[in-house]
Ligand binder design. Structure first.
Ligand SMILES: C[S@@+](CC[C@H](N)C(=O)[O-])C[C@H]1O[C@@H](n2cnc3c(N)ncnc32)[C@H](O)[C@@H]1O
Length: 269
C-alpha cells in the first residue's frame, strides 16, 4: 500500500487557515436561527431547549441513567453528554461551533485544491458541516452520516444532506468516495466514557468499535482517496496504521487564537 505525505508549507497553511475561517464564519443559513434552539429540544420531546437541558444534566442524571441502559442506548446518551458537556455542537451556537470545522476544512483545501471531492463526514450530528460544503462550497456529492434520529430530523429541517447510518456499516458501495472525514467521534472522550461507566474492560469494546469503523472507511474509499481525522490522533493512530502500515502525515495546527489537538490525513493506496 503506497502512502503519500501531504506537504503543506506554513505559508500555505496560514493562507488556507484565513480563507477557511472567513468562509466558515460567513456561512449564515437562516434555517439555523429560526427557533433552532427550541427545535432541538422539541425534536427530543421537550417543550423547549431549556427544558431539554435541565432534563439532561449530564453530571447528575445521565450517569445514573446510563448505568441502567442497554448498550445501544448508551450511544444515544453520549450524544446528550456531548451537547451539554461541550455546549458547543449546536447549530444555534454556530458562531463558536464553526471553529470546530476549521481544521478539517483546511485539510480538505490542502488535499483537494482542484476538485470538489465526493465524500462523507462520519457522525456528522446535525449536518452543519455537510450543509456548509453544499451551500457555501458547492459540493454536490457530500453527505453526513449519523445514528441519532433527532439529529437526522433536525438536519432535514435545515436542509443538510445527512443520511441515517451507523459508521460500522455504511450504506455505500465499495470505493465510492474520494474523502472520509471524522471529527470528535472516535476519540476517547466520546466512547471511552461509555466503557468506563459500564465497567467494561477499558478499551476492548472501544477498540473493536473503531476497528469496525476503520474497515468501513477503508472499504468506501477509492484507491487514492483520503481519510482525514481530527481529535483522534492519539487514540486512533495504532488502528489506522494497522490498515495502512504507517501514518501518512500528521498536521498539527496551533494558532494563537484557536488551539487544535491535531489532524491527520491518510491516503488509501
Ligand atoms: C460529538 S458528536 C460529533 C460532532 C460532529 N462531528 C459535528 O460536526 O458536530 C458525536 C456523534 O456521533 C454520533 N454517533 C454515535 N455512534 C455512532 C455510530 N455508530 N455511527 C454514526 N454516528 C454515531 C452521535 O449520534 C453524535 O452525533
Amino acid at each position: 500500500m503506497s502512502i503519500q505525505a501531504v506537504n503543506a508549507a506554513p505559508s500555505l497553511c496560514n493562507k488556507v487557515f484565513l480563507e477557511a475561517t472567513r468562509d466558515l464564519r460567513r456561512f449564515r443559513p437562516s434555517s439555523f436561527y429560526a427557533n433552532s434552539a427550541d427545535e432541538i429540544g422539541q425534536a427530543q420531546g421537550y417543550i423547549n431547549f431549556d427544558e431539554f437541558r435541565q432534563a439532561h444534566d449530564f453530571r447528575r442524571e445521565t450517569i445514573k441513567f446510563l448505568l441502567n441502559t442497554p448498550k445501544e442506548e448508551a450511544v444515544r446518551t453520549a450524544l446528550l453528554q456531548d451537547l451539554f458537556d461541550a455546549h458547543l455542537f449546536t447549530p444555534m451556537n454556530y458562531q463558536i461551533y464553526h471553529q470546530t470545522f476549521i481544521p478539517i476544512e483546511m485539510a480538505r483545501r490542502i488535499v483537494f485544491p482542484d476538485i470538489k471531492p465526493a465524500g462523507i463526514q462520519l457522525a456528522s450530528n446535525w449536518g452543519v458541516y455537510p450543509l456548509f460544503l453544499k451551500e457555501q462550497m458547492g459540493l454536490t456529492d457530500f453527505y453526513g452520516i449519523d445514528v441519532d434520529k433527532a439529529a437526522i430530523a433536525y438536519a432535514e429541517k435545515i436542509g443538510a444532506p445527512v443520511i441515517e447510518a451507523d459508521a460500522r456499516s455504511l450504506p455505500f458501495p465499495a470505493e465510492r468516495f474520494d474523502l472520509v472525514f471524522s471529527s470528535h467521534f472516535l476519540d476517547c472522550s466520546y466512547f471511552g466514557f461509555i466503557n468506563s461507566v459500564k465497567g467494561l474492560s477499558w478499551g476492548e469494546e472501544f477498540i473493536n468499535f473503531r476497528l469496525d469503523v476503520m474497515r468501513e472507511v477503508y472499504r468506501v474509499l477509492r484507491p487514492g482517496g483520503w481519510f482525514i481525522t481530527q481529535t483522534e490522533v492519539v487514540s486512533c493512530q495504532d488502528l489506522i496504521s494497522s490498515w495502512t502500515g504507517t501514518i501518512a502525515q500528521v498536521m498539527t495546527f496551533n494558532f494563537e487564537s484557536i488551539k487544535f489537538d491535531g489532524l491527520f490525513a491518510v491516503q488509501k493506496g
